[in-house]
Write a protein that binds this ligand. Sequence first.
Ligand SMILES: [Zn+2]
Length: 486
Amino acid sequence: MKDKVLSAIHSIIEEGKEKGLLGELDDIVAKNSLFNIFQIEDNEGEGYKKYDGMEALEVLYQYDDLDLPFEKFVSRIMGEITPRNSEIIDKFYYYLKRGESQKAIDWYYKLCQDTRYIRMDRVNMNRKWKYSSKYGDIEITINLSKPEKDPRDIGKARNGQSNTYPKCVLCKENIGYKGRPGHPERSNHRIIPIKLNNEKWYLQFSPYVYYNQHLIVLSHDHVPMLIDHRTIIRLLDFIDMFPDLFLGSNAGLPIVGGSILDHNHFQGGNHVFPIERANIFERIDKGKYQIDILDWPVSTIRITSKDREVLTKKAAKIMDAWDYYENRELEILPFTKEEKHNTTTLIARKEEDKYHLYISLRNNRCNEEYPYGIFHAREEHHHIKKENIGLIEVMGLAILPGRLHRELEYIKNILLYNKDMEEEGPHKNWVYQLKEEYQGKISSQNIDSIIKEEVGKVFVNILEDCGVFKRADYDKFKEFVYSCIE
Ligand SMILES: [Zn+2]
C-alpha cells in the first residue's frame, strides 16, 4: 500500500513540476503536505511506478481517510500543488502588460486544467451535436461534466450544518475553500482581479466549461444581478481588454435570468455562437451606427458601431424604452403592481475595430395559463429542459441536463423495437408523437440522427417560447425598434 501511495504522490509532484505549477523547492513543500495527509513518515520505497494524469489521484483516493466525494478529494489534493493566487496574478499581468491578452487567457486556461480545477476528463464526456434549423445551425450539448450530487453530501447537509461562508459559489472567498456539504471544494481555485467601469471584478473559468474558455466575471461583493447602463460599460471595458473574447450578462430577474441571481456576474469566452451568424430581418444604417433586427427565436437587436460612446448611448436608449414597453395584445406587460417584468440579456463582442452589442428582449411575467412564465419554455417542452434560458442558450447553444443522456438511450430502444413505454414519464407524449411520425421508418442506422434532430427541434421551440415578439409579430418588433431611434 505504502509503495502505491508513494508512487502516486511522486507522480503528482513530478507532473506539477513538468507543468510549471511547482517552482524551485516547492516540490518539497508540496510533498511534505501530501505526506501529512496520507500519514507517510519516510520517503523509503521500492522504486516508484509512474502514474498518469487522473490515475495517480484514483490510486490515492483508495487509501485516504478524508471521507470526501471524489470531486472534492481531487480539489483537496491538487490544491497542494496549485501556485499561490498572487503568483498567478503576476504571471497573468505579465502577459497583459505586454499587450498579449489572449496569451494571458490561454496560459490561465491551461493552468486551470493542469490543477484540475477544470476537469477536462469530465468535460470531454459531454455530448455535442448541431441541429440545422430555420434560424441556422443550433448547437446542442448534453452536460455530463457537472458532478451529480453525492449522497454523502446530501446526508451531511441534512444533519443541519448551515453555513453562510462563502455566501455563494461565485464569491471570491471560494479560492482555497475546503468545501462543505452541498458546497464544492475549491482548494485548487484561483482568480484574477480586473477593473471594469473602474470597479473591482474578478475573472475565473467555469469549472464545467460548456464551450472553449468559458469564463465568469464576478463582482467584488456578493450583490444581486442587476442589468443597467453600467452593465454596457463593463462589458465594453472587458472586450477592449480581451478583444478575442465575448462577454455577456444575464438578466437580473427570475425565470429569464441565469441560475445564480444573488451574485452579480457575467459569462464570456472564446467561442462564436449561432446567434452571431443569424440572418438579418431588418438593417437600419445610420452611418455612425447600425441596428440589425435579427431573425432569431429570442427577440434580439444588434447594435454595431466603431464608436463606443455612440453605441453605449443607443443601447441605453433601447434598454430604457424596453423597460416601459407595453403591448397587451402580445401579453407584454412591463409591470404588474410594483413588480417589473421587462429586462434584457446583453452580449458584447469586438470585431476588428467594431463593437457589437446584442440586446435580447425578455419578459418574466406569469399568468394562470402559463404559471412558469408566458415567455418561458412551454410545459410540453419541459421534458427536454425546464430551467431558465440564460444568455448561453439565447445565443443558440443548448445546455441540456445530464439525465437526458440515459433517458434518450431508453427512448431510442422504445422507438427502434416499437416497444411500449413502461412507465408514465415526462417524455411520454413526445415518444407517442415520434412513433406516429416515424412509423416504419426507423432503423438502427437512422435512430441516432432522428433523436438528435428531434431534440434540436424541441430546443428551438423552447427558444421560440421565450421570444417576446414571435416571427409573426415582426411588424410590432420593427415598430418598437424604430420608436427608439430618432
Ligand atoms: Zn457570492
